[in-house]
Design a protein around this ligand. Structure first.
Ligand code: SF4
Ligand code: SF4
Length: 161
């Protein structure tokens, strides 16, 4: 369980740099521009199976376009970890900045890891158990730093002012 949380936080840490510095983004700027110019119509996509319901995407969305909805039946992902909510995207509020995609530790929004076209990624095929095989190298202070962003939306709000 502890390893699992560390992996999620490591993914969040890698992506938090993109959120704060808008650097090394997964989502290609050309793709983003083509969507913003109306040349491509993105679909609302949430990979509900991969999603662990952490609500990080909802916290980072600058336009409050991601609402967490309660599941009818909570899902036990593994011992001690129960998914109770999943995100729902509001396409009228979404400006397709893809912060949610770039933030999500499991790439459960719009697509998968790597440079992607959000309409062309097909199904997300992520085996969470296999992530546990990867070594995790992240210090405790960085984990604490990330944890603030996952749990406290006001930190992001303050950064914008
Ligand atoms: S889509 Fe990703 S960031 Fe959003 S709740 Fe699911 S796992 Fe967390
Ligand atoms: S793409 Fe941007 S605006 Fe749209 S839901 Fe994700 S974070 Fe919010």
């Amino acid at each position: 369980m502890k390893d699992f949380i560390r992996i999620i936080l490591e993914g969040a840490y890698i992506n938090i740099k993109r959120i704060i510095f808008a650097a090394d983004r997964v989502t290609d700027m050309e793709i983003r521009n083509s969507i913003l110019e109306g040349r491509v119509k993105p679909k609302d996509k949430v990979a509900e199976i991969s999603c662990i319901g952490c609500a990080g995407c909802s916290n980072v969305c600058p336009t409050q376009a991601v609402e967490m909805k309660d599941l009818e039946e909570p899902i036990e992902l593994m011992e001690g970890l129960v998914k109770t909510q999943i995100p729902v995207l509001n396409s009228e509020k979404c400006v397709y900045c893809y912060y949610c995609h770039d933030f999500c530790p499991l790439y459960a929004l719009f697509g998968e890891a790597g440079t992607i076209h959000p309409n062309d990624v097909g199904k997300v095929d992520l085996e969470v158990e296999k992530l546990l095989d990867k070594p995790v190298k992240i210090s405790e202070d960085k984990l604490a730093f990330i944890n603030q962003y996952l749990s406290d939306k006001s930190i992001i709000e303050k950064k914008k002012t």
